[in-house]
Structure formats: C-alpha cells, structure tokens
Design a protein around this ligand. Structure first.
Ligand code: ADP
Ligand code: MG
Length: 283
C-alpha cells in the first residue's frame, strides 16, 4: 500500500473576486500544504469551520486549480479540462447537502447519471447501477423518488452514484452533517464497507470526532494549514492541542482524560475497560 493516489506539493489557494483583481480574503484558504493519500487508505480530515477542508476536497477532484503548488492525482495534474475529466474518473465527490446532489426523479436514474456522462454503454450501466445500489443497501428503493427518501438514504444514493462511476477514490465533504444519528450511522457503515470490502480509497472530511476514530490516519487543519497528522489513537491523545485548534475529542476519550487515565481511549468499550480497571485498582 505505497502507491500515492493523491499528492499535494506546497499547495496554496487564494480565492479571487469575479474580476480576479483582489483577493477576497487576506489570508489564503490553503497555505503551503503538503498532503498525500495512499491507495486503499482511509483518511479523515478534521478542522473547525473555515480551516480549509472543503478547499482541500475540491482540489482533490479538480473543481479548482491551486493558486500555486501542484496537485497530482495518479500523477495527473489537472491543468486543462481534459485532464480535469481524467481526475474526476479517479476521484469522486459526495457533498454535505443530499438535496443538492439529486439530478433525477427516480433513484436508479440518478445513479445512472454519472456513468451515462462517462459514455458507458447501456447494458454495463444497468449492471453498475444495480451493483452500486446493492452495495449501499438501496436496491429495494431503486424505483422510488429520491426526494421522498430520508437524508441518510439520499446520501447513500449519492455514494452509489460515485460507485457506479467506478472511481478508485471517494472524497466525502461532511456527508453526515445534515443527517440524524441513524442516517449518520448508515452512511458511515457504507463508507467503511466501501473501503474495506471494495478497496476504495476514502478521504472523509468531518467535524464529528467519533467519525475519525476508525480512520487509518487523521489530518487536522487550522487556518489553511495541516497542523496535526497521525493515527487516531495518537492524535486523540493530544487533547489540549486539539482544543487549541478548536476541536474536541470523542466523548469517551474526554471522560478518561478527565479521570486522569493515561491511556488514550477511542470508544465506549475501551472507556468501560479503563474505568473498570480504575475501580478495580481502587479496591
Ligand atoms: P472549511 O470547509 O474547513 O469550512 P473552506 O475550505 O470552505 O473551509 O474555507 C477556507 C477559507 O476560504 C475560509 O476563510 C472561507 O471563507 C474561504 N472561502 C471558501 N470558499 C470561498 C469562495 N468561493 N470565495 C471566497 N472565499 C472562500
Ligand atoms: Mg467545508
């Protein structure tokens, strides 16, 4: 697992106004960012509002070109429309608002839209749509109207749309931000299955700490820079540092931190273990 799928080299991004004369913001959205994602990896990107997460996501998918520095996707630099299309065949995107991503009035047509645009032949589209809908557990809903689905179901249809394009990588920009707890869980289970069972590389942008816990690697952004990077257990043990970047830690981690436990705890089960050990030790 050493092949680099996405590579940012010294990337800076400034947004310009319509005349492209003045910078809208005095500070860049991204400043000298080096970032890479290996094939098969599951990377979670954390950061408070305005830290540059969505900008990073859109650069992965060639929605923008960097102001300076280089973004490579499988070695491709998207410096023209053809190459941007090539990049989008490798990296698919899912956005925050499920309603903005619906393009058709029937679920299966919605999923077919991406491969249709890629010029895939109809019998192959049929096969891919069925397979993608089964993979996100939405096959039984294939004839329904997307706007009548729950938020979690809509996001799973959006994910199926990316699967049907057979991209190697999927970038999800806060895909669960507008969902209820059940919808969040459905979407997170789906994303993990895609990564583990289908080998799809995942970049998950989120502000929910508990969603980052199961990633291979966590990247923390602040003011357009990557400020922390490492395995979840290592990152979440740095409680004060995370706080200084405007982030909290998962609740179980927090509780054990307050209780003065030295081990870094990532989930409820580990937390229970720590506390039982503590109570046992006190007896
Ligand atoms: P995040 O997704 O972490 O909230 P963004 O990447 O959306 O962060 O934004 C990073 C910075 O860039 C913010 O200061 C934001 O205001 C600015 N920004 C984002 N999109 C635009 C845009 N289209 N035009 C001008 N400024 C933008
Ligand atoms: Mg954002």
């Amino acid at each position: 697992m050493n092949e680099k799928l996405i590579e940012f080299e010294n990337v800076t991004m400034l947004y310009y106004d319509a005349e492209e004369e003045y910078e809208k913001n005095s500070a860049p959205a991204l400043s000298n960012v080096d970032f890479s994602v290996e094939k098969g990896e599951f990377v979670a990107v954390l950061g408070h509002n305005g830290s540059g997460k969505s900008t990073l996501a859109k650069l992965c998918n060639a929605i923008y070109e960097p102001t300076s520095g280089t973004v490579r996707v499988k070695g491709i630099v998207a410096d023209n429309d053809d190459k941007a299309d090539e990049v989008r065949r490798i990296v698919g995107m899912v956005f925050q608002n499920p309603d903005n991503q619906i393009v058709a009035t029937v679920v299966e047509d919605d999923v077919a839209f991406g491969p249709e645009n890629l010029g895939v032949e109809p019998t192959e589209i049929r096969r891919r749509v069925d397979e993608a809908l089964k993979a996100v557990n939405m096959y039984d809903h294939r004839h329904r109207e997307p706007h009548k689905l729950s938020g979690g179901q809509k996001q799973r249809v959006a994910i199926a749309g990316v699967l049907a394009m057979q991209t190697e990588c999927i970038v999800l920009d806060e895909p669960t931000a507008m969902l209820d707890p059940m919808g969040r869980e459905e979407v997170m289970n789906t994303v993990h299955r895609m990564n583990k069972e289908m080998g799809i590389t995942v970049v998950l942008i989120t502000h929910f700490m508990d969603e980052a816990v199961k990633a291979d690697r966590v990247v923390v952004m602040d003011s357009g820079r990557i400020v922390m990077q490492g395995k979840p257990r290592e990152i979440f043990s740095r409680v004060e540092e995370l706080r200084s970047h405007g982030l909290d830690v998962p609740q179980s981690t927090e509780l054990c931190h307050i209780l003065g436990r030295e081990n870094s705890v990532l989930n409820v089960e580990e937390c229970i273990e720590e506390i039982s050990e503590m109570l046992g030790g006190a007896r």
